[in-house]
Design a binder for this molecule. Sequence first.
Ligand SMILES: [Mn+2]
Length: 483
Amino acid sequence: MRIAIASDFHLGYDWGGERQEDSFEAAEEVLKRAVEKADALILAGDIFDTRTPKQEIIARAIRIFKGLKMRESEAKIVEVKKRNGKSISNPLALKGFPVITIYGTHERRTRGSVNPVELMEEAGYLVCLHGEVAILEKAGERVAIHGISGVPEIYARDVFRELRPRPVEGIKNIFMFHQSVKGFVYMDDDSPTLTLEDLPKGFDLIIDGHIHWANETKIGNTLFLIPGSTVTTQVRKTEAAIPKYMYYYDTLSGKLEKEELESPRKAFYIELDVTGRSGKEIKELVISSINEKLSFVDALEKIPLVRVVLKGVVNENVKAMGLEEIVKAFEGRAIVNMAKKLITKDEMEKRERFVEAVQSSETAESIFARVMQRRLRDVGLPQAFLDVIELLADGEIEKAESVAREAVRGPETREKLKDPEKSAAASDLLKEPEGKNSDSTLSRSEVGTALSDKTEENDGAENKVKNNEQKQTKMTGKLTDFI
Ligand SMILES: [Mn+2]
């Protein structure tokens, strides 16, 4: 049996923007190639870009997947083992060209809500697995496809232990999931709980969605495949350097084959150190660097994505200069995205002093003590506070307690705590530093979803529901919500 594999279509990505068609075109290319060259298709999550896509986007998805229902395949889904007494509600999902999927982190919704991949299963276009197994059969050969859908990273390890996928004996077994794994992290702020050792044993092929650049490796006898996304969502260094692929797995030979997709636009990542340069010099350098990349693009191709990151130490004016004119100048030839990671000499020196302090022999406690001492002086609280901290740092808990008690009883403190201004200043010490609001606890993908949700034309009630849902998702619930 030959199984086509792809991941992260992100249907609806940049809806209303310049790249609105990209996700659909790539998905169409994958589906067309799959029916021509394979017996079944596996999609490892993030089929849609958001958890509540616009109906226009769902309609487009239906139009693309509908074609597969009208195609026959020698392979059939002969069994789907669902959990909790559930079964496939629409028998149409088992007909036509087999499509077996999981949902990803972009689609996951709170318990009891229907996510867009589950909706597609209800409509009969595909089978969606979460801790479940589908059996494919072609000419007497059976292959088991296991899947665990996307869950919050903090629960991934526990969910894997709880759902524990076990290979079906005597046949080929494929397992797919949608998480970061240590060593394979998607966002810089992803902290995966999964390691390669946590992946279930005894599988012939393990497929992980979520990571947007392709990678193949082996863990013992198991092939570990990250198919990557079919659309470029963030032009990062790694993502820009690796083409967009789909894969084919031959279950009899155990061989994996990759094929570069034609429809995705090229993406370039340019990093320039502009230390000491003037604004004019920088603009010239950026323009010539972009032009150089454009020389690799054929006139018939889609206009490419170019991300330019400027780094280095510059003066105040250069740091503040606008770069919109460069973006404009390339309109129609490149979609340019500029990012400035510039600092001034002054900021550089401050940073160096900080790094020095951190790297010096000074311990964390003494840095903390020094900073506290300065703040305590400003606030006017007694030295005893500092003594308590030092004692605690030394593990002298009882002594610290007695000094603290003495200080609270002492006339000086009592006076100060009575003074509302002073006690307000004291409570300032407990406040979070400025600029850190509750939003910063959102992961970047959640921020992305929040932003894209804002553009939807919803009535107030629906928004309220959505806000609640986001709040719940943000709090990530408890383990049992995800199994
Ligand atoms: Mn994704």
